[in-house]
Design a protein around this ligand. Structure first.
Ligand code: ADP
Ligand code: MG
Length: 633
């Protein structure tokens, strides 16, 4: 037997590993199984290159739990290691990684470290996070190799002895420590395997499962087969996930069934998929899905899984996938994404940037293809994808340039237009006297009905802009296009929404009376509503009062609600009351001398205007109803 110290300067490294890796202990299993995969891949390569003369046979990797002994074993039939290799790769090399880690982070605050550490990959040594002792039994594939046993109890001391192992490959045995007995539970280990190993490229067996199978040649009297229960190896993974296959091999059904394999709790099919397959200048494969959105636009940002050579890494792909695409679902696999670095470093990594740009480009390509090949179908899907696309246009300039061609606007009749098409369609009727094209939109057609009617009477078209980010989007389009302005239909009286050179009407009110009426209405503004009064000589048959919500302030407020600008949140809504100086009731009001009569008329008119904007509530509403009844009497 040989003894020696692991080649490391840092005094007892294990307590430090344990402390810092606290929240991520479970990754030990991912690391050990990955090593088993690596060892198997290496051997297969050597055989293919004619450099190893062995029969590969069944390469299934096995994870075994022995609860009585509190042991976990990971068993592979890969390359194995000679004694030289154990010394070189386990004692020296592997530890330098751990050492580097400790040097770098031991002075830092724990929370900060645990964020980084998840992807550090201490590899083999992460097994000491959960074990009081670790053993390696290994037999190299090389001719005449002798089996070796390496053992270490968590101090820098290790021993190497002869092993009894007969078959090629490696067995890693963990003796779980008392704080880690959660990993002595079958269900816990199974869930870890399902999380990290679901798509590893070799079959992974974890114990047995019972299955009901028909007995050959035996049927009951109705001709139904008889069943018996048998034990079968439980294989926990799918070694050939769809993203590793060539798109030509796969049909839509295959993509959909892979979607369901990824998200077993999702019942709806995705809208469409994008298969990514690049091997130069970086390696990137994957399938992204556009999910069907729920009504309430609940956006989930953790539905894309990142893999590295089929090993699950994370479902937090921030900084790797462009922000707007984190709303998609699916899988991305790239060994070229550095995993051992902090998130902020990722952002500046040039490979990651290229990958991110490539993904954006692929998504734009696919959308453009769908738009060009089958516009009708694209329009049907538009409802579900518009949030992604608008968010993408807002946040990513390259995507904006691509998406301008296929992003759609929908009007209240359900007709779809690209931006250019829409501009052409409304240009003639909706250009104002300053040569600006005015785009009208509604956010809640039901509540803005009166205003919509007014627009319709003028022959104006109105767009539907009813999703959470639309105010931002409208603001953005306005900045992108000169000579276009967007106004919500209730942002002004129809004469001013799109101002044209029309003769201004004479006012029927004397200057003195105008002032008087204006003051009365100002004084009557209900509590909690900011209300400006604006006197206008409109046609007699227009409403006496109209309550509008000026575009600018309303937009600021809407945008702050989405964008988290809290300081605007407390602000009440701001309205303008437009008084039609030429309506008979307004001229009557000016002429009414009896104060009580006048107040009744004034309040009745104002309440009707408030009612039309849904602003009459509580006591005010009750007063209005009583007053109305009195008037009818
Ligand atoms: P990495 O996998 O990043 O190289 P690890 O710490 O996980 O780092 O492993 C260190 C080295 O130990 C591996 O590179 C490999 O040479 C060797 N090794 C670990 N596990 C096995 C195994 N199951 N079979 C063969 N060699 C192994
Ligand atoms: Mg490894």
């Amino acid at each position: 037997m040989q003894k020696g110290n692991i080649n490391v300067q840092t005094e007892n490294i294990f307590p430090i590993i344990k402390k810092f890796l606290y929240s991520e202990h479970e990754i030990f299993l991912r690391e050990l199984v990955s090593n088993a995969i690596d060892a198997s891949t290496k051997l297969e390569k050597l055989v293919r290159l004619g450099k190893a003369d062995v029969e590969l046979g069944d390469m299934t990797i096995e994870v075994k739990l022995d609860p009585a002994k509190k042991q976990i074993k990971v068993i592979d039939k890969g390359v194995g290691m000679t004694e030289e290799e154990v010394k070189k790769y386990i004692n020296d090399i592997a530890f330098s990684g751990a050492e580097e880690f400790v040097k770098k982070y031991s002075g830092k605050d724990e929370a900060e470290v645990s964020g980084i550490i998840g992807h550090f990959g201490l590899g083999f040594y992460s097994s000491f996070m959960v074990s009081k002792k670790v053993e390696i039994d290994t037999l190299s594939y090389e001719k005449d190799a002798k089996p070796v046993k390496w053992s270490c109890d968590g101090s820098p001391e290790y021993s190497i002895t002869a092993s009894k192992k007969k078959a090629r490959g490696t067995i890693i045995t963990l003796h779980l420590d008392d704080e880690s007995l959660e990993f002595n539970e079958e269900s816990r280990v199974l869930s870890l395997l399902n999380k990290y190993c679901r798509f590893l490229p070799y079959p992974i067996r974890f114990g047995d499962e019972e299955k009901s199978v028909p007995v050959e040649g035996k049927t009951d009297k109705d001709g139904n087969p008889e069943y018996k229960t048998v034990k079968q190896p439980r294989i926990i993974n799918n070694p050939e996930p769809a993203w590793k296959k060539s798109p030509a091999e796969l049909k839509d059904e295959d993509y959909n069934s892979f979607y369901r394999e990824l998200y077993p709790m999702t019942f709806e099919d995705p809208l469409f998929h994008i298969h990514i397959n690049v091997d130069y200048p970086f390696n990137l494969t994957g399938i992204l899905y556009f999910p069907k959105l729920k009504k309430n636009f609940e956006v989930q940002k953790d539905k894309i899984q990142l893999y590295s050579n089929q090993v699950f890494v994370t479902d937090n792909v921030e900084n790797i996938v462009p922000d707007f695409l984190t709303l998609l679902h699916g899988v991305i696999d790239s060994p070229d994404i550095p995993l051992n670095v902090s998130r902020s470093y990722l952002q500046s990594d040039s490979n990651v940037k290229k990958i991110s740009n490539h993904i954006t480009k692929k998504v734009a390509d696919k959308l453009e293809e769908l738009f060009k090949n089958d516009r009708e179908d694209f329009e049907k899907k538009w409802e579900d994808i518009r949030v992604f696309i608008r968010y993408g246009m807002l946040s990513d300039e390259t995507f904006y340039e691509r998406a301008e061609k296929f992003a759609l606007l929908k009007d209240l009749d359900g007709k779809h237009f690209t931006f250019e098409e829409y501009k052409t369609a409304i240009e003639e009727n909706q250009t104002d006297k300053n040569k600006k094209i005015v785009v009208l939109y509604a956010s809640q057609p039901d509540e803005q009905y009166t205003y919509l009617e007014a627009a319709k009477n003028k022959g104006y078209n109105v767009l539907l802009m009813d999703s959470v980010i639309d105010t931002h989007f409208v603001d953005f389009l306005e900045r992108k296009h000169e000579n276009i302005s967007f106004k919500r239909v209730d942002a002004d009286i129809i004469e001013k929404l799109i101002e044209k050179d029309e003769d201004k009407l004479e006012s029927k009110l004397q200057e003195e009376d105008r002032k008087k009426v204006e003051e009365w209405f100002k004084g009557a503004a209900p509590d909690g509503i900011m209300m400006q009064v604006q006197m206008e000589p409109l046609s007699e048959d227009k409403e006496p009062l109209q309550l509008i919500q000026p575009e600018f302030l309303r937009r600021m407020k809407d945008m702050s609600a989405v964008g988290g600008m809290d300081y605007m949140q407390g602000m009440g809504d701001s309205y303008t009351l437009v008084v039609n100086e030429n309506h008979k009731l307004i001229t009557d009001l000016a002429d009414t001398v009896d104060e009580e009569k006048r107040n009744t008329l004034l309040n009745q008119l104002l309440d009707l205007a408030l009612l039309s904007q849904g602003l009459l509530k509580g006591q005010k509403l009750s007063e209005f109803i009583h007053r109305s009844v009195d008037i009818i009497k």
